[in-house]
Design a protein around this ligand. Sequence first.
Ligand code: NAD
Length: 351
Amino acid sequence: MKFTYQGSPAQIVFGEGSSKDIAKWIDKIGAKRALVLSTPQQKADAESMATGLGGMAVGVFDGATMHTPVDVTGKAVSAALKLKADCVVALGGGSTTGLGKAIAWRTDLPQIVVPTTYAGSEVTPILGQTEKGEKTTLRSPKVLPEVVIYDPDLTLGLPVGMSVTSGLNAIAHAAEGLYAPDANPITSMMAVEGMRALRDALPVFTRSPHDAKARANALYGAWLCGTVLGQVAMSLHHKICHTLGGSFDTPHAETHSVMLPHTIGFNAEAASNQLSGVAEVFGGSPGQALYDFAKSVGSPMTLQEFGLSEADLDRAADIAAKNPYANPRPVDRASVRALLQDAWEGKRPPR
Ligand code: NAD
């Protein structure tokens, strides 16, 4: 056995009610003037957090949005400078976390993230940004948040549909992490444990969305799966989802949910050893098992649902086949196009 492993220096705080201790963590990182970030949809929660922080919060910036547009980041940086903020607190999903990272990239301000979805961005050194319709991604320890506070109570109200797709988004990080060229026993262990936690939690949400134990389990799984995403390279699945989101503006978590059975099914034979973890958790052959699981929890199952046409699939295949990421099975344009067709139609994969 031979491997290298790089742990993350970020402080992880997990537990019901843990976001109530946010002032303590602001103090611990040596800050006194937090700017609280959110999307417009979570503005009320951000304002209530800022109110609870009293003099430790200098304001709320509620303009976070999908894909981290640089013009929004510019406005947030101006607000942070004007208010003399000495840290940012990102309250929300991957979009809000992305804004916090983009601010840190430009200003070096420390970040505390309080995640309310299962996207996992809070534990990755990855920042995706868009400018003039083009999405670029960078990887730097500078964007890694200093503190992540996982409070399952804040996820109780995440709508069921979003909980399911966000959970499948997390599972995608773990599944691809298993066959990453730089996978190691620790990330693979995290991947299997993370998938298991989400497999147990997601079906509960469809019956009982506020189940506290399932919410905690899902957030725990999301942390593990996000950590895998942050530590090893991703392959075909993430490349295709990046293409669809970046060039066709398809919804992030939903796109992952639809594509996952097809991309994992495509790699099932070439990476059968590595994917045995998926088979162990979901049973059966990996692509089919993920398809059946996604269907059973009410996930969207076709790319058609996002308004894509077959002509869009041609263009997406051209883009995704260019500069492909490392992948266990060789990838060419024809195979990507066929995969996209199957996902567009929502066919059950052959493996
Ligand atoms: P999101 O952050 O865009 O959230 C979707 C919507 O749900 C928003 O309106 C948000 O305010 C709302 N919401 C979030 N939590 C809620 C809650 N508990 N209750 C009610 N509403 C809630 O969605 P996402 O899927 O978390 O993040 C997607 C973005 O994150 C994409 O831009 C993607 O590229 C990025 N991302 C980045 C990484 C990375 O490592 N850099 C990893 C994963 C995702």
